[in-house]
Design a protein around this ligand. Structure first.
Ligand code: FE2
Length: 173
């Protein structure tokens, strides 16, 4: 079937698939439970997502906010969820660090990790299914060029994203 979404948000959606794959790794490590595996997954969420968040918060969201406003509404909601994501990441990081010296109680990092997994899956679904289609509809040619240029200037999300090459190359489904 032909891909109807243009390149504008395909790159962000492709990065979301990398995030979802890492969420599966995190979830598997939480279920074992395996603190080392959780730590490795946590490193991805702390470092590998920086460029992706910047592309959304510094480029796409401001362009959409010109049509939708930034207080409340879909853009405000996504920004709020990014702040929640940062708080959940911090609570997982602090739970992992607190556990390190003696192994300690695993419940805290398992709960923090599961909360992050649930939040990010919901958030990504909203962006992919609601916000990105809105962007495709609302943004005119000049704005699209501005968004594409801005995202290109920020660059790749992480080595895993970069290895996927251009959006639309496929990868896991
Ligand atoms: Fe995103």
């Amino acid at each position: 079937m032909a891909e109807t979404r243009t390149d504008l948000c395909a790159q962000l959606s492709s990065e979301h698939r990398v995030v979802l794959a890492n969420l599966e790794r995190l979830e598997a490590a939480l279920e074992r439970p395996d603190l080392e595996g959780v730590s490795r997954a946590l490193a991805f969420f702390q470092e590998g997502l920086v460029a992706h968040r910047r592309k959304e918060e510094e480029v796409l969201f401001p362009a959409l906010a010109r049509h939708l406003g930034s207080e409340g509404g879909p853009v405000g909601c996504m920004l709020h969820e990014h702040r929640m994501e940062a708080a959940l990441l911090e609570s997982l990081r602090s739970a992992v660090v607190a556990c390190r010296p003696g192994g300690g109680d695993s419940r805290r990092w398992i709960e923090a990790g599961m909360a992050l997994v649930g939040h990010l899956r919901d958030h990504i679904a909203k962006e992919d299914q609601v916000l990105f289609p809105m962007a495709e509809q609302l943004l005119g040619p000049g704005e699209r060029l501005e968004v594409e240029t801005g995202m290109a200037a920020i660059g790749g999300c992480c080595p895993e994203c970069a290895s996927r090459g251009r959006p639309g190359d496929g990868g896991e489904g």
